[in-house]
Design a protein around this ligand. Structure first.
Ligand code: NAP
Length: 372
C-alpha cells in the first residue's frame, strides 16, 4: 500500500516531535508537511532544536515549517499538537478547509459534535463525525480528538471494568513534567518537589472527559456514563509517565481476582483489527507490589499500554489500584496516531462491510486517494 501524506500542526513541541518520531517508520502514513508558530515558520525543521533521544527522522529534517495561515498547502489528514491558546481557531479553520484534524488539544474535546476517542474504549463514537459534518456543512473536513493524558489512563481502567458498573471514582494523579510541554515547569519549582496544582482545568478534564468517553451514543449524541469521578492532580519530578492512584466503587461487587482478570483480558477493536500502533495488550497487570513505576514501565510496548498494579480492597469505595500511562505516547502522540489508524481502517472496511460503524467515512477514503 502506498503511504498517505500527513501534516502536523505544532510539530516543534513535545507532542509534535514525538509524532514526527513515531511516524518515521509508520506503515500507512508519511510526514509531508509541518507547521508551528511564527517563531519557527520559514525555518527548516532540521535546523530547529530536536529534544528526543533519537535522531531527527531523515524525511522530516529537510521540510520547511509552514505558518498556521498556510491552509492551502496542508495535506488532507492533519495531526494537531498545537498549544491550546491557538488550537481552537486553527483546527476549526483547517477542518473548514476540508482537512480531517486529529487533535491532542483540549479545545474541542467536549463539543457534543466532536468525537472524543480512545479506540479501545469507544470506537463507535466516531459516528459523531458524520453529525459534525452535516451540522457544519463540511464534506471532507472534521475534527476528532483524543483525551487528556491523565484521563486516558483512568478511562482505560474503567472501560475494562464496565461489566462491573463503575459508580464512584476517586483519582489522585502524579503527573510527569513532559505533560506541561516545552519548556514546561521551571526547574527550581519542579526538582525535589510536588506541586499540588496543574493549570488548564486538569482536574475538570479528568472528571468530565471520562464520562463522555464511557458514555453511549443515543439518538446521534453521547449520553454521559452514569458515574461520578473526583480528581486531584499533582505535578511530580518524573520525566515521562502519569501515575493515577484510584479508588472506586463497582456496583456488581466482583472479587479482586475478577477485577484483575478483567483488566488483563481487556481487548478491543484496535487489537482485533491489528492497527499498527495498537499495543498487543491494552492493559498490563503487574503482580509485583512495587509496580507500575514510570521509569521501569512507561516506555514498555512502545509506550502504548496502560499499566495496573496493587489491585486490592479499599475500605471506603471497595477497590483500589495504581495505574500508569506514558503521557506523551498513550496520552498524546500515540493516541492521535491510533485514532487516525482507526479512521483509515474503518474507511477501508466500509466498502466491504458497509454496516460496520455508523459513520460515513467517505472523506477518509478521499484521504487515501491522496497518496504519493
Ligand atoms: P509544547 O511543547 O508547548 O508545543 C506547543 C506547540 O504549539 C509548538 O509546536 C508551538 O510552536 C506551537 N504553538 C504555540 N503557540 C503557537 C502559535 N501562537 N501559533 C502557532 N503555533 C503555536 O506543547 P505539547 O506538550 O507538545 O502539547 C501540545 C498540545 O497537546 C497541547 O494542546 C497540549 O495540551 C496537548 N497535550 C499534551 C500532552 C503532553 O503530555 N505533553 C498530552 C496530551 C495532550 P513553536 O515551537 O513554534 O512555538
Amino acid at each position: 500500500m502506498e503511504k498517505i501524506d500527513v501534516g502536523i500542526l505544532g510539530a516543534t513541541g513535545v507532542v509534535g516531535q514525538q509524532l514526527v518520531a513515531l511516524l518515521e517508520r509508520h506503515p500507512w502514513f508519511r510526514v509531508a508537511w509541518l507547521a508551528a508558530s511564527e517563531r519557527s515558520a520559514g525555518k527548516t525543521y532540521g535546523d530547529l532544536a530536536w529534544r528526543l533521544p533519537s535522531r531527527i527522522p531523515a524525511d522530516a529534517a529537510p521540510l520547511r515549517v509552514a505558518p498556521l495561515e498556510a491552509l492551502d498547502s496542508a495535506p488532507s489528514l492533519l495531526f494537531s499538537a498545537l498549544d491550546a491558546s491557538v488550537a481552537g481557531e486553527a483546527e476549526t479553520a483547517f477542518a473548514a478547509s476540508g482537512r480531517l484534524v486529529v487533535s491532542n488539544a483540549r479545545n474541542h474535546r467536549m463539543d457534543p459534535l466532536v468525537p472524543l476517542l480512545i479506540p479501545e474504549v469507544n470506537p463507535d463514537h466516531l459516528a459523531l463525525l458524520d453529525a459534525q459534518r452535516r451540522a457544519r456543512g463540511w464534506t471532507t473536513g472534521g475534527i476528532v480528538t483524543n483525551p487528556n493524558c491523565a484521563t486516558v489512563v483512568v478511562a482505560m481502567v474503567l472501560a475494562a471494568l464496565r461489566q462491573f458498573q463503575p459508580a464512584r471514582v476517586l483519582v489522585t494523579t502524579l503527573q510527569a513534567l513532559s505533560g506541561a510541554g516545552y519548556p514546561g515547569v521551571a526547574s527550581l519549582d519542579a526538582v525535589g518537589n510536588v506541586i499540588p496544582y496543574i493549570g488548564g482545568g486538569e482536574e475538570e478534564k479528568i472528571e468530565t472527559e471520562t464520562l463522555k468517553l464511557l458514555g453511549r451514543i443515543e439518538n446521534g449524541a453521547v449520553r454521559d456514563a452514569g458515574m461520578v469521578v473526583s480528581a486531584q492532580t499533582t505535578r511530580v519530578p518524573v520525566p515521562d509517565g502519569h501515575t493515577a492512584v484510584m479508588s472506586f466503587e463497582l456496583s456488581a461487587r466482583p472479587s479482586i481476582e475478577e477485577v484483575a482478570a478483567a483488566l488483563a483480558a481487556f481487548t478491543s477493536e484496535p487489537q482485533a483489527s491489528a492497527l499498527p500502533t495498537a499495543p498487543e495488550k491494552p492493559i498490563v497487570v503487574h503482580a509485583a507490589q512495587d509496580r507500575p513505576q514510570p521509569r521501569l514501565d512507561a516506555a514498555f510496548g512502545g509506550g502504548m499500554p496502560v499499566h495496573c498494579g496493587r489491585i486490592r480492597r479499599c475500605p471506603v469505595l471497595g477497590y483500589k489500584l495504581v495505574a500508569l500511562g506514558h503521557n506523551v505516547i498513550r496520552g498524546a502522540a500515540g493516541a492521535a496516531l491510533l485514532n487516525a489508524e482507526l479512521i483509515v481502517a474503518r474507511s477501508r472496511s466500509a466498502g466491504a462491510e458497509p454496516d460496520r460503524g455508523a459513520v460515513s467515512l467517505a472523506s477518509a477514503r478521499d484521504i487515501e486517494t491522496q497518496t504519493r
